[in-house]
Design a protein around this ligand. Structure first.
Ligand code: FPP
Length: 245
């Protein structure tokens, strides 16, 4: 029985989030520069997006660039930004053909002008698509996002728009950059690291975490299917007992 046929399509995660990791190590294994790993990581992005769309997953969030990634060598940062612009431009047609809407979360205003403009255009050009939403986390960190949400709510309370007692979990979720997007049920991290690295800290409160040793450029649809099968074999109790489920 192949791995795909083990997936129960009635119980798919609605939202899968991925920490794409291991591009640099993959390149090093081949004796190549780190950027070669990022370029090959695009193949995995494409395949994962296609597979999620075909299965019927509604949201896929990819951690493409963290706030901390600015600390990398300048040449790598520039190459990543250029790759992003190039990939987004190249993929708009395919995204539209497959009904994929692009969204982005993160401090987008601080992206280089060209990357920012390309991103906003792609978001606008795909806004009519409804089959799946691909969310790119760019210049994103969860602590930044949480602080921004607190500022927004504090300003609303100060101006009298809301009462402090109006702030509940739903109001807080609505103040995050992921407003309107269901929390991910499944979070995948590649490359054998078992860390969250400042990604979606609020939203993953009840996510199932799946860590695989596969380096991101080697990640293929079968790896995604395996992660989903693993997810479907877990018991999600949300604080209840097994007997109560
Ligand atoms: C982590 O590997 C990967 C990144 C920081 C960037 C991910 C970017 C891409 C896959 C390319 C473009 C993406 C899109 C969505 C168009 P690492 O460099 O941290 O690897 P290492 O841990 O082995 O050094």
């Amino acid at each position: 029985m192949d791995i795909k046929s083990k997936i129960n399509l009635e119980k798919l995660p609605r939202h899968i989030a991925v920490i794409m990791d291991g591009n640099g190590r993959w390149a090093k294994e081949q004796g190549m520069a780190r950027v070669f790993g990022h370029r090959n990581g695009v193949k995995a992005v494409r395949e994962t997006t296609e597979a999620c769309t075909e299965l019927g997953v509604q949201y896929l969030t990819l951690y493409a660039f963290s706030t901390e990634n600015w600390n990398r060598p300048e040449a790598e940062v520039n190459a990543l930004m250029a790759l992003l612009v190039e990939t987004i431009k190249n993929e708009i047609k395919t995204l539209n053909e497959n009904g994929v809407r692009l969204r982005a979360i993160g401090d987008l205003n601080r992206l280089p002008d060209k990357s920012h403009k390309t991103l906003l255009k792609a978001i606008d050009d795909t806004k009519q698509n409804a089959r799946m939403t691909l969310v790119l986390a760019l210049n994103y960190s969860a602590k930044w996002e949480i602080v921004e949400a607190v500022r927004k709510l504090a300003a609303a309370a100060k101006s009298g728009e809301i009462e402090p007692s109006d702030i509940d979990e739903q109001a807080f979720s609505n103040a995050l950059s992921t407003a309107g997007i269901p929390d991910p049920e499944l979070l995948i991290r590649t490359s054998g690291e078992s860390r969250i690295s400042n990604f979606l800290l609020w939203q993953i409160a009840y996510s199932e975490l799946y860590f695989t040793p596969v380096l991101w450029p080697d990640f293929r649809r079968e790896h995604l299917y395996q992660a989903i099968v693993d997810f479907q074999n877990r018991e999600r109790r949300f604080g209840k007992t097994s007997e109560q489920l």
